[in-house]
Design a binder for this molecule. Structure first.
Ligand SMILES: NC(=O)c1ccc[n+]([C@@H]2O[C@H](COP(=O)([O-])OP(=O)(O)OC[C@H]3O[C@@H](n4cnc5c(N)ncnc54)[C@H](OP(=O)(O)O)[C@@H]3O)[C@@H](O)[C@H]2O)c1
Length: 332
């Protein structure tokens, strides 16, 4: 049994589906209130819990051999922020896994965490990695480069008339990663010895080129992108916006501006996973529904495009297309 956290998220949902395609049993940790129904057709089972509730994590980890921890926070909210979720929640999950004798723990982290960047997201991820290393559970850490889909999503917003402010220099070098590839590597890494993998996309370019490509694919005007490169202005705006935006801007600044690139890891060469070109990653993301960014807007906006894609009207789907149910004894 696999326990997958962040199963309702963009990366976690891909991991759930990949594992289910391989006909493996998956227990998805979902928060009460998460939009999880669209995972019904994957045949995973649900466990209602929260990274802020250690008891729920101990229960969720019961009887699991593998934990894939893909939950994370994009924009913090007052009660769901990096110290309680990214750090404390991950530490509690690691402890729950240790208590339950989990064989392998896969942690989704970020390239650049080891550099002691003064930002809560990087800082909490680094401390979470350290906690995992000290726990002596066999583990794989998949450190990801910035995800390509997030650039595509911002470009789509720009095409709709929303502002796109990029908090880093246009000349910074980036290597955007498709979530699909991160999910594949997270899964394939289970066959490899415990290790830390640094993962980035196959195309290395300047941030300006990445932004322009995303704009072209989304039909947005790249000249309308606002490059927020003045450190003084950045700091001022961040303060005006409050702590969570200060953290978010800081995260963007380091994620896109710190040249977080990686050589193709050994795992990819060994497993032969072809990495998705940046242009394909943005195109396939833009073919889906738009995403909401702000957790406080979750009641007003569609947060996950998959939710729309897999809502069935009663009686509208033919029998043969009915969702794959949980694995049975006689399944191949
Ligand atoms: N964005 C990047 O460029 C980047 C780069 C490197 C690494 N990463 C890491 O990659 C991972 C996946 O990112 P993503 O953007 O694909 O994720 P995402 O779509 O933002 O999904 C986040 C998931 O975490 C869950 N979550 C949030 N708070 C939780 C809590 N208190 N308890 C349990 N679950 C909680 C969310 O559940 P709900 O559905 O209930 O909200 C959702 O399923 C994250 O760990 C992130 O730090 C991201």
């Amino acid at each position: 049994m696999f326990l997958v956290t962040g199963a309702t998220g963009l990366l976690g949902s891909r991991i759930v589906r990949l594992l289910r395609q391989a006909r493996l049993d998956v227990r998805a940790l979902v928060r009460p209130g998460s939009e999880y129904f669209w995972l019904n057709d994957s045949g995973c089972t649900y466990f209602f819990g929260d990274l802020r509730d250690p008891k729920s994590l101990r229960r969720a980890a019961r009887g699991t051999r593998f934990v894939v921890h893909a939950a994370g926070i994009r924009v913090e909210s007052t009660d769901n922020h990096h110290s309680v979720v990214t750090l404390k929640g991950t530490q509690d999950l690691i402890e729950a896994a240790r208590e339950r004798g989990v064989e392998r723990f896969v942690l989704i982290s970020a390239i650049g965490v080891e550099r002691n960047v003064p930002n809560p997201w990087f800082d909490c991820l680094r401390q979470a990695e350290e906690h995992l290393a000290a726990s002596e559970i066999a583990s794989t850490v998949v450190r990801c480069a910035p995800f390509a889909e997030d650039l595509a999503e911002s470009a789509r917003g720009l095409a709709r008339g929303e502002p796109w402010r990029v908090w880093a220099s246009p000349d910074a070098i980036v290597q955007p990663l498709a979530r699909k590839d991160a999910a594949l590597v997270a899964m394939a890494s289970l066959d490899l010895p415990p290790q830390t993998l640094e993962l980035a996309g196959p195309d290395r370019m300047t941030l300006r080129e990445a932004v322009e490509q995303a704009c072209a694919a989304a039909g947005a005007d790249a000249d309308a992108v606002e490059w927020m490169t003045s450190v003084a202005l950045m700091a001022k705006l961040a303060r005006v916006g409050g702590r969570r935006w200060e953290n978010w801007i800081g995260r963007q600044k380091h994620l896109y501006g710190d040249e977080l690139v990686a050589d193709l890891p050994k795992a990819i060469a060994v497993l032969g996973i072809p990495l998705t070109p940046y242009s394909d990653a943005i195109r396939s993301h833009l073919a889906g529904e738009p995403l909401g960014q702000d957790p406080d807007d979750r009641n007003e906006k569609v947060v996950h495009r998959q939710f729309q894609a897999t809502v069935y009207k009663a009686g509208a789907i033919p029998y043969d297309d009915l969702p794959l149910g949980p694995l049975r004894e006689d399944d191949a």
